[in-house]
Design a binder for this molecule. Sequence first.
Ligand SMILES: Cc1cc2nc3c(=O)[nH]c(=O)nc-3n(C[C@H](O)[C@H](O)[C@H](O)COP(=O)(O)OP(=O)(O)OC[C@H]3O[C@@H](n4cnc5c(N)ncnc54)[C@H](O)[C@@H]3O)c2cc1C
Length: 260
Amino acid sequence: MLKPKKPSPCILIVKEAFYLTPHMIRVVFTSPELASRPEGCEGANCKIFLPAVGQSADALLAQIADGPRPTVRTYTVRHFRKDVLELDIDFVAHGDEGPASAFAMAAKPGDFIGFRGPSDVKIKDFYADWYLVAADMSALPVASAALEAMPRDARGLAIFEVQTEADVQDIDMPAGVEVRWIIQEDPHVASVAQEAAIRATQLPKGVVQTCIAGESGVIKALRGFLSNETEIPKQDIYISGYWKIGLIEDEHQIQKKLDA
Ligand SMILES: Cc1cc2nc3c(=O)[nH]c(=O)nc-3n(C[C@H](O)[C@H](O)[C@H](O)COP(=O)(O)OP(=O)(O)OC[C@H]3O[C@@H](n4cnc5c(N)ncnc54)[C@H](O)[C@@H]3O)c2cc1C
């Protein structure tokens, strides 16, 4: 069967932006174009295109279509309220050196971005006896969306790494999922805490599904552990490097292709 055609890139306008926690900014976007996006796309990733200084929305759209490629970054749909044409993206506030982080830190009503997506939702079917979820702050949106979508009788372990105690979020997760928050004050220092916590966990028998994402060094170690030291089949594993210490996203994407 032919897949439905993906909607064209569009402009999203900032409706509001606020700090959810000290290092996480929620930007609420709106646009009539959101009427063409599918409901239930929370946890899917999307591309955001950042306008150059002084660029108009029309000029940005034309540049997305005809090039040269504008500054583009990958993010996760955190919430989508199709009935009111609103879409939330949660941005890690990691400073001004990253254009996407800088955009979110300065975002105010009326600002705009280009938007392409969403892609398919990462985990659509939940059939495991036990779930292993692990995320740093960049992957809290995808992990939260997965936990919210799980059956309410799901069991498992969720390990989150955040910068401060105040960055802990309330997530609507099944009561049978144990949650642990690890504080890693400097995300630019390679962390081994998630790997240590996962290695120390006795994985139960039965079907295990994973939703794991975050800094690429951490992910590389976890991927090695899951594929070499556990028997979880590949199709039950979602694991992905979302950013890499010292690389901008374009460099990270090139690195990922070389490593694949
Ligand atoms: C599928 C997917 C989904 C993603 N979803 C989200 C999401 O919902 N929310 C989110 O915040 N991020 C998300 N990310 C990660 C995001 O794309 C990267 O963090 C991206 O590099 C941010 O762009 P930037 O312009 O802010 O920084 P860049 O210009 O790419 O990088 C500038 C510098 O900042 C560093 N840096 C990048 N990200 C971080 C970080 N999180 N913490 C500390 N330092 C960092 C880089 O190493 C580099 O030195 C996702 C990535 C992928 C692949």
